[in-house]
Design a protein around this ligand. Structure first.
Ligand SMILES: [Zn+2]
Length: 77
């Protein structure tokens, strides 16, 4: 069934796009910060954000309300 195969491929292609890049600009949460990052998924993104928060904002742990704010600002890259 060639038509089905094409459908399946384009579905996978779309799926890859959805899973692909996420981006986050720190300035959306911390005003004045020019740092931004992209990652392949939310976990990777959060790793990068927590590194940045630790190094540049002296946050050894990120409070839950900040995490919620960050989550609401994450965009598809
Ligand atoms: Zn920042």
């Amino acid at each position: 069934m060639p038509v089905r195969m094409v459908d399946h491929k384009s579905y996978l292609f779309c799926d890859m796009f959805i899973i692909m890049a996420k981006k986050f600009a720190c300035g959306d949460v911390v005003s004045g910060c020019g740092w931004s990052t992209t990652a392949n998924d939310e976990n990777e993104l959060f790793q990068k954000i927590s590194e940045h928060a630790k190094n540049d904002h002296n946050m050894t742990s990120i409070p839950n309300d900040i995490i919620q704010k960050v989550k609401s600002k994450i965009q598809e890259a």
